[in-house]
Every structure is written in C-alpha cells, then in structure tokens.
Design a binder for this molecule. Structure first.
Ligand SMILES: Nc1ncnc2c1ncn2[C@@H]1O[C@H](COP(=O)(O)OP(=O)(O)OP(=O)(O)O)[C@@H](O)[C@H]1O
Ligand SMILES: [Mg+2]
Length: 237
C-alpha cells in the first residue's frame, strides 16, 4: 500500500534520515517506535509531503508521491494527524472538521462531507455533543479525537499519526488505540509513530524501531514487544 525506499531527509545540516525502507500493508496497523529525536516526525513529514526527501522515494498505491506536496498527498488519500494535535484553537469542533473536508467542500460535494461527518461522529460520539465548542477549550484527549476526526474527514486510505498518546492519561490513550483498531478493522491502513511502545505494539500488526535516523529492528509487533532490546530501550527493562 505504502512503500518507502532509501528515504533520506535533511533540515539543511546533513541528513537526519539515513536511508529508511518501510512497507505498510493495506488494512494493517504499522508502528514506528523511537525515542526523542530519533526521526519519527521527520518520517511522517516526508511521507505526508510537508518535507521533500533529499533522496529516496515514497510510493503509494504504485504511484511515486515523493515531493508532490502536502495538498496533493491528501487528495491521493493519505492524511496526517500531526504531533501535538495542531487543532485550530479558535475554531469550533464543527469548523475544524470542515477544514479536514476542504477538498469536498470546495467542490460543493456536501453529500461526501455529510457521509464523512457521520462516520467521524459515530467513531467519536463525544465530539457530537459539542460541535459548537471552541477547540482550544477542549481537553487534550478531546483535541486528539478532533485531530483524528479532522484527518478522517478527507476520507483517507492511509491514516498517519505522529505520537497520538503524547501527554494523555492511560485511559484516554486506550480509547484512542481502540478507535484506531476499529478503523483498521474497516480496512483503513494505519501508520503510527510513538515512543509509547507498549500500547502501540499491543495494537500493531507490524513494527519498526528507529534510532538516530536509521532502522535498527523490524518485525511482527508481538515479536518486537518480546524482543529483549526493545524491552530494555523502550519498555523500561
Ligand atoms: N525544524 C527542524 N530544524 C532542524 N532540525 C530539526 C528540525 N526538526 C527536527 N530536527 C532534528 O531532526 C532530528 C529528528 O527529529 P524528529 O523531530 O524527526 O524526531 P522525533 O523522533 O519525532 O522526536 P520526538 O519524539 O521528540 O518528537 C533531530 O535531531 C532533530 O533535532
Ligand atoms: Mg516527533
């Protein structure tokens, strides 16, 4: 579904990604585990078109999407839930969700918009109760649900999530992962990067471990979770 080959990326002072190869299968939950500064967000930004790779390719459904730009990547069917959620704080929940559906609203495709809205509100009923609440006043967990909902409004085939568990209580994190499992069961492809390896690997099918811009381990999620090196580095021994 999504294939990353020999990916290099840089912020101008040498590469921070040094030739990554990743494969993300349709309908799977695939995890990228790594510590602070390992390069997780850089991987997400290059896949979602926010950054151009300095070398290598990103292929999505047999098409090369490397460097085509974020807007075209969304139109192709990939949506990013960014690190720190980045909801539009002064806008209401309803308006945030509309922003996620701009590609349909701009064409006045209100039926597509309605379908996606119903889908999102069924997944996160909490949002439905507060459509007119300003996003900046929501709790962290509600903002994360909104950020995921906003991404889903574009009707993506692949959902990319950058550390969705960050700063959230364990119960909320569990709810977020359950929602992701529901989506994957409906054949949505989920690619998620996290430091929180325990819950992530428990929900993932396949995982990769990144250190200093290089992949150091890859395997089925339950094998990775049981791997002594992963336990030592990411599961607190
Ligand atoms: N805007 C930037 N300008 C310069 N260097 C950057 C920038 N963003 C990230 N980096 C560097 O790139 C490397 C990878 O950073 P990245 O944000 O991808 O890591 P991460 O795994 O997402 O970390 P975290 O868990 O803290 O979010 C780090 O060395 C970081 O300092
Ligand atoms: Mg990051």
């Amino acid at each position: 579904m999504l294939e990353v080959r020999d990916l290099h990326a840089s912020y101008g002072h040498g590469d921070v990604l040094h030739g990554l190869n990743l494969g993300i299968a349709k309908g799977s939950i695939t995890a990228l585990i790594g510590a602070n500064g390992a390069g997780k967000s850089t991987v997400m930004k290059t896949i979602s078109g926010l950054m151009k790779p300095t070398q290598g390719t990103v292929r999505f459904m047999e098409q090369d999407i490397s460097g085509v730009g974020a807007e075209r990547v969304v139109r192709q069917g990939l949506a990013l839930v960014p690190e720190g959620r980045k909801v539009f704080a002064p806008l209401t929940i309803a308006e945030n969700l509309e922003m996620g559906a701009f590609q349909y609203l701009i064409k006045r495709d209100t039926s597509r918009y309605q379908t996606q809205l119903e889908f999102v509100l069924e997944l996160f009923p909490k949002l439905k109760e507060r459509m007119e609440q300003v996003a900046g006043t929501l709790s962290g967990g509600e903002q994360q649900m909104l950020a995921i909902g906003r991404a889903l409004m574009s009707a993506p085939k692949v959902l990319l999530l950058d550390e969705p568990s960050m700063g959230l209580a364990p119960l909320i994190v569990k709810q977020i992962f359950e929602a992701l499992a529901t989506l994957a069961a409906q054949n949505l492809t989920v690619f998620i990067c996290e430091q929180n390896s325990e819950i992530t690997l428990r929900h993932a099918d396949y995982g990769y471990v990144i250190e200093s811009g290089r992949l150091v381990l890859a395997g089925r999620a339950e094998e990775l979770a049981a791997d002594a090196r992963v336990k030592e580095a990411y599961l607190g021994g």
